[in-house]
Write a protein that binds this ligand. Structure first.
Ligand SMILES: [Zn+2]
Ligand SMILES: [Zn+2]
Length: 348
């Protein structure tokens, strides 16, 4: 089969590799759509994991082979995949910190080599422990919508961590694909969203997805707007969906005492940032993070997306074929005025 293989820093090559073989407790899926995710870009651009690997984990496709011991799935089923599934049994899982579970850290979907998602290949093997994350795609929905389940799941998990009440005012810094998902899911949760971004098209979409206000983050009016929206209390929560330290600082300043700042894009290790720790200790402003998805939310995420309470289709701006994976990654890494979610598709 054809695959886009990571061979080293910024080195993605289109190669012929064997179709993965499955065991009796696994399924083989022909990839239809795979979204390009910033965490893959980071690994490719910084070489944070050893090569070779086949990345891509926002995957949907068609089951083409089912192991003899697998129940509940058939050849021909259209499915969305989920590549990290916790054991629900260990110490981390009992604390519901699923992303820290040893089984969760194993990637259970692969196109070959060290498992890394495999979505930038023609076929992927789904290991048995990841079958609970598989979701069937309803007839009226597309493979593109299904490929968005994984990122929407990560955002819903983070929104849950914010514990917002109806009427709370939440700032979402950054209206890229992930920031826009926050704007939508927070709005659905009853929050009033103040979204910030510099790009006009992203600001327009933020408004469309439910933001009460959309502004540029350096607008001199921002502080006054926060005061008016919150009657002088300050923001209830801030989501920082861009890897920008200044956004963390700004959000913390605009936050009320006892509020929460959630980091979603600060994935680069080894970068120190100054924090006035009294804002945590005295003002009780919590600085929290959220990483990756939660399989226990998968059913709810599927309902939101497939019934289109959250219609994700407007978020997909660019489509590339598998052999153009490098170009897809480059575009996602350096967004243009009109680019949002970039996906890689099977050539029909
Ligand atoms: Zn992702
Ligand atoms: Zn566990």
């Amino acid at each position: 089969m054809m695959a886009a293989v990571y061979r080293g820093v910024r080195d993605i090559r289109i190669e012929r590799v064997p179709v993965p073989r499955i065991s009796a407790s696994e399924v083989l899926v022909r990839v239809e759509v795979c979204g390009v995710c910033p965490t893959d870009i980071k690994k490719i651009h910084h070489g944070t994991v050893p090569a070779p690997r086949i990345f891509g984990h926002e995957t949907s496709g068609t089951i083409v082979k089912v192991g003899g011991r697998v129940d509940g799935f058939r050849v021909g089923d259209r499915v969305a995949l989920h590549h990290h599934v916790p054991c629900l049994n260990c110490h981390a899982c009992r604390h519901r910190t699923f992303a820290q579970c040893p089984q969760y850290k194993r990637t259970g979907v692969t196109g070959g080599f060290e498992a890394a998602g495999g979505g930038y290949a023609e076929f992927v093997r789904v290991m048995s422990f990841c079958l609970p994350g598989l979701v069937r795609i309803p007839r009226g929905n597309t493979f593109e919508e299904a490929a968005m389940l994984e990122p929407v799941n990560t955002v819903l998990k983070a929104v849950r961590r914010l514990d917002v009440m109806a009427g709370d005012v939440v700032m979402v810094a950054g209206q890229g694909p992930i920031g826009l998902m926050f704007t939508k899911l927070l709005s659905l949760a009853g929050a009033r969203v103040l979204a910030t971004d510099f790009m006009p098209e992203r600001m327009r979409l933020g408004k469309k997805l439910g933001a009460a206000r959309v502004m540029e983050p350096d607008s001199p009016e921002l502080k006054g707007v926060v005061e008016r929206m919150t009657r002088g209390r300050g923001l209830d929560a801030v989501v920082v969906a861009v890897p920008v330290d200044a956004a963390v600082r700004q959000g913390t300043e605009l936050l009320r005492g006892g509020g929460r700042v959630l980091l979603f894009a600060h994935t680069k290790r080894g970068a120190d940032a100054p924090v006035d720790l009294s804002t945590v200790c005295v003002d009780e402003k919590d600085l929290i993070g959220s990483y990756s998805a939660d399989v226990t939310l998968q059913g709810e995420v599927a309902r939101l997306v497939f019934r289109r309470a959250f219609d994700v289709r407007p978020l997909i701006s660019h489509r590339f074929f598998l052999e153009e994976t490098s170009a897809a990654i480059d575009l996602a890494a350096a967004p243009t005025a009109d680019s949002l979610k970039v996906v890689v598709k099977r050539r029909a």
